[in-house]
Design a protein around this ligand. Structure first.
Ligand code: ADP
Ligand code: MG
Length: 323
């Protein structure tokens, strides 16, 4: 069976005309009037697949926009407009349902924070499915791409990785976390912080960027593939919460950290001469920015444990058709 990405490659990648950047990155780019390009992307959340059917609707409204803002952040784009296509089961679409009030409140809370206008969408009846299209602006020829990494670059991540996957493992009864640990990790799963301002500020500092939605190894893997480079990262350099630290190096926690996904942090590469400026940016935005490894020639992704031994993972991240 095709992997998600082979399927896209085989059936949907075709030569484009009049497009600055087509399929393959966190967003497509098209030319706009003046000094900017438009960055356009879409993401779908499916009940039972991306979220549990009884998820708090306010968080769902928030998160469905956050995951789209995260793709804008990965391009260095300023999000401006959104379209919302909602497929709703009958019982949620009745007039004045609390579900729709809470969902729209969560959505608009985040939209207002980022001054994103909802400009359209579609509403249909069926199994719950939320699809958002997002449009942003980025200065001409300056967008951060997956393809810009160069040997010698440092590899950086924003924030902490793995907490969303930890708490999901608990919710799915694969692991048991303490109640206080669940409380600590839940915001990572339900109200991820899209690093929108960080993305824009990395223009001119970073050579490449991606947002971590499917897991660090899978998403860094996309940078390597599109940039034709290799990477070596140190697992113990990856910033993580005290909850994650407690469970490392148990194999299930390592999987959450390296391949869990749903992090919506940025992974980017930058030349070593920009270290000081990136550290200053981290301080200014109060976002942890951590160097986790180096880009090299070749094409492999090597993750080393505390003893310097390579970690072998059977799955590098989330694939809709193989997870
Ligand atoms: P992301 O995780 O950043 O949302 P994906 O990994 O989902 O990106 O998708 C990889 C690339 O493939 C993106 O550029 C996306 O726009 C494109 N893509 C995904 N599905 C399709 C499709 N059915 N048709 C065309 N392009 C697609
Ligand atoms: Mg993305």
């Amino acid at each position: 069976m095709y992997s998600e990405f082979d399927l896209i490659r085989h059936y949907f990648i075709r030569p484009t005309t009049g497009t600055v950047l087509g399929i393959g990155d966190d967003a497509a780019l098209i030319a706009a009037a003046g000094e900017s390009e438009l960055a356009i992307s879409t993401d779908t959340l499916v009940a039972g697949k991306h979220f549990l059917a009884d998820t708090d609707p306010r968080s769902l409204g928030y998160k469905s926009l956050a995951v789209n803002l995260s793709d804008m952040a990965a391009m260095g784009a300023k999000p401006r407009w959104a379209l919302l296509s909602l497929t709703l089961p009958n019982h949620l679409a009745q007039e004045n349902t609390a579900w729709l009030s809470a969902f729209s409140e969560g959505f608009f809370e985040l939209a207002q924070q980022h001054q994103v206008d909802l400009i359209g969408g579609d509403t249909t009846c069926g199994p719950l499915n939320i699809c958002i299209q997002i449009i942003g602006e980025v200065p001409k020829k300056k967008a951060l791409r997956r393809s810009g990494a160069k040997p010698g670059d440092d590899i950086w991540i924003s924030g902490f990785l793995g907490d969303a996957a930890l708490v999901l493992a608990h919710q799915q009864q694969r692991q048991v976390l303490e109640t206080s640990e669940v409380t600590q990790c839940l915001p990572a799963l339900y109200t991820p912080k899209a690093r929108v301002e960080l993305g824009q500020r990395l223009i001119g500092l970073a050579h490449s960027a991606i947002d971590i939605s499917d897991g660090l190894m899978a998403d860094l893997g996309h940078i390597l593939e599109y940039s034709q480079v290799s990477a070596t990262i140190q697992m113990n350099a990856i910033a993580c919460s005290t909850v994650m630290q407690k469970y490392l190096p148990q194999p299930w926690a390592i999987r959450c950290l390296l391949a869990g996904g749903d992090d919506y942090e940025l992974c980017f590469t930058a030349p070593p001469e920009n270290r000081k400026e990136i550290d200053m940016l981290s301080h200014e935005l109060s976002i942890s920015l951590t160097r986790i490894g180096k880009i090299g020639p070749g094409k492999d992704l090597i993750v080393k444990d505390r003893q310097g031994k390579p970690i072998i993972m059977e799955s590098k991240g989330y694939d809709h058709f193989h997870s």
